[in-house]
Design a protein around this ligand. Structure first.
Ligand code: GBH
Length: 435
C-alpha cells in the first residue's frame, strides 16, 4: 500500500509546553531568548494540538490520507531526557496512535524533530557522545509502548538542518554558530540513529528509516572553482548523511572540515545498520558558487528563473525527480525504498470573506511534485510514500507564524482550523487514487 499522508512535528503544533509533566526542550529555551525568532514567536501554544488532536485526526480521516507522520516530543516522554518517565506524555501518543488507526490512518512517528531535552543540552547536547545512548534508550521506551501498532518509524528528521542551522549558523536551537566545527553534531546524530535502529528492532519495530533532507546541487557555472564548491556542498549537505547510513563510510571531508575525531572503531557499523526505507524531505534545488568571505567552502548563488514560494524558495518540481534518480544512480542496490516524508510550500495568508484560503499555488506545487515522484518511479526509483508538509499552518521555527505550510488554515488567536482549497484538492486526488 502506497502511503499518502501529511506531516507535522511536535514543537511546531503541540503547544502545552508546561502541561502534564512535559520537560523543557532546547526550542523552548531558544524561542524565548530575545531576537531568536521573528517577532519573538514561540511554540508555547502553537496549534494547541495537544488539546485539539481529536479534531486533527478527524481532519485527516475526512481528507482520506492513509498515513500521518508526526513527531514525538522527547521531553514530553522523558522530561530530563533520561531516567524518570512521564506517563502522561507516553499516554498522549498512545491515544493518538489508537485514534489514528481507528480513522484508517497509519501512524508514522519520528523520534527526533529537533526538540532535544534541555537537560541533555546542559550536558553538551549533540557534542556529548553519551546523548547517543540516551536516544537509544528513549527509542526503546517509546517503541516498547507503540511498536505493536506502528508500521514505520523515523529515527531523526533532517540531521543536516539540525547541525547546520542549529550548530553551524545559529539560526535554530540551540543557537550555536560554530561553522565547520559543528561537525561532531553530524556524527553523534548518525550514531544515535544507528543505536536507535537496534533498540527499535529489539522492541519489535516493523520498519525503520531515517529522514534526510536532500537537495540537487547545481554549480553556478562550469568554472573549476564553482564545480569544486558544488562538490563540497553536495558532500556536506547530502553525502555526509546518506553515505555513512547507506554505504557505511563517510565521504572524503578532509578538504573542507577538521578531522572527525569523534568517530570510534565500530561506529560506522552501527550507523549503517540495514534500513527498511529512506525518508527524503525535498523543497528545492540549490545553486552553488565558489566560496565568499564567510569561512565556508562554498557560497549560495541562488536559483533564479523559477516561481518562488512565500518563503522565497524556488519552485522546481523536476528537482525532485532529479534528486531521486540521482540517489538511485549513486547508491544503486544499497538504496532502500523511499518515502517522501516532507514536501510542500508556504503561501501568503489571504483568507477570503468566508475565512477560506484559495491556495491555488499550493495545489500547483503539490501536483507538480507528485508528477515528479511518478516520473522518478517510471525511471526505476522505488517510492513507497508521499507526505505533504504540512497538515496545519504551524510554528515555522525561526520564522514563527509568518510562514504557512498547511492544507488547513489555523487562526492562531483562537486555534480555529479551516480547510484550504488545497485540502479539498488533495481529498479529491486521494479519492481518485483509491478508485
Ligand atoms: C523542513 O526543513 C522541516 O523538517 C520542517 O520542520 C519545516 O517546517 C519545513 O521543512 C519547512 O521549512 O534558501 O531557497 O535554498 C526544511 C529545510 C532548509 C529546506 C532551507 C529549504 C533552503 C531554501 N529547509 N532550504 S533556499
Amino acid at each position: 500500500m502506497f502511503l499518502w499522508g501529511t506531516a507535522t512535528a511536535a514543537y511546531q503544533i503541540e503547544g502545552a509546553v508546561a502541561e502534564d509533566g512535559r520537560g523543557v526542550s532546547i526550542w523552548d529555551t531558544f524561542s524565548h531568548e530575545p531576537g531568536r525568532t521573528r517577532d519573538g514567536h514561540t511554540g508555547d501554544t502553537a496549534c494547541d494540538h495537544y488539546h485539539r488532536w481529536r479534531e486533527d485526526v478527524a481532519l485527516m480521516r475526512d481528507l482520506g490520507v492513509n498515513a500521518y507522520r508526526f513527531s514525538i516530543s522527547w521531553p514530553r516522554v522523558l522530561p530530563e531526557g533520561a531516567g524518570a518517565v512521564n506517563a502522561a506524555g507516553l499516554g498522549f501518543y498512545d491515544r493518538l496512535v489508537d485514534a489514528l488507526l481507528e480513522a484508517g490512518v497509519q501512524p508514522v512517528p519520528t523520534l527526533f524533530h529537533w526538540d532535544l531535552p534541555q537537560a541533555l543540552q546542559d550536558r553538551g547536547g549533540w557534542f556529548d557522545r553519551d546523548v547517543t545512548g540516551r536516544f537509544a534508550d528513549y527509542a526503546a521506551l517509546v517503541a516498547g509502548r507503540l511498536a505493536d501498532r506502528v508500521p514505520l518509524w523515523i529515527t531523526l528528521n533532517e540531521p543536516f538542518v539540525h547541525m547546520a542551522y542549529g550548530h553551524a549558523m545559529g539560526l535554530h536551537a540551540p543557537g550555536q554558530a560554530l561553522l565547520v566545527n559543528a561537525l561532531p553534531v553530524a556524527h553523534h546524530q548518525l550514531l544515535a540513529h544507528g543505536l536507535a535502529v537496534g533498540a527499535l528492532r529489539a522492541a519489535g519495530a516493523r520498519q525503520v528509516a531515517i529522514t534526510n533532507n536532500c537537495t540537487p546541487v547545481w554549480p553556478a557555472s562550469d568554472s573549476p572553482e564553482d564545480l569544486a564548491a558544488a562538490d563540497a556542498y553536495d558532500t556536506l549537505h547530502n553525502r555526509l548523511f546518506n553515505d555513512p547510513v547507506l554505504l557505511g563510510a563517510y565521504p572524503d571531508l578532509s578538504a573542507y572540515v577538521p578531522a572527525l575525531d569523534a568517530v570510534r572503531d565500530g561506529d560506522l557499523e552501527i550507523i549503517s545498520a540495514p534500513l527498511d526505507a529512506l525518508g527524503i524531505n525535498y523543497y528545492n534545488p540549490t545553486r552553488i558558487a565558489a566560496p565568499d568571505a564567510d569561512g565556508l567552502p562554498f557560497s549560495d548563488a541562488g536559483v533564479t528563473g523559477y516561481p518562488t514560494t512565500a518563503f522565497g524558495w524556488p519552485v522546481v518540481p523536476d528537482g525532485l525527480r532529479e534528486l531521486l534518480t540521482g540517489l538511485k544512480a549513486r547508491y544503486g542496490e544499497a538504496l532502500p525504498p523511499i518515502h517522501i516524508t516532507e514536501n510542500g510550500c508556504s503561501q501568503p495568508d489571504v483568507p477570503g470573506p468566508d475565512g477560506t484560503v484559495d491556495d491555488q499555488d499550493r495545489i500547483a506545487y503539490l501536483e507538480g511534485h507528485i508528477a515528479a515522484v511518478r516520473a522518478a518511479a517510471e525511471q526505476g526509483v522505488d517510492v513507497r510514500g508521499y507526505f505533504v508538509w504540512s497538515l496545519l499552518d504551524n510554528f515555522e521555527w525561526a520564522e514563527g507564524y509568518h510562514q504557512r505550510f498547511g492544507l488547513v488554515h489555523v487562526d492562531f488567536a483562537t486555534g480555529r482550523r479551516t480547510p484550504k482549497a488545497s485540502y479539498a484538492w488533495f481529498r479529491d486526488f486521494l479519492a481518485k487514487e483509491r478508485g
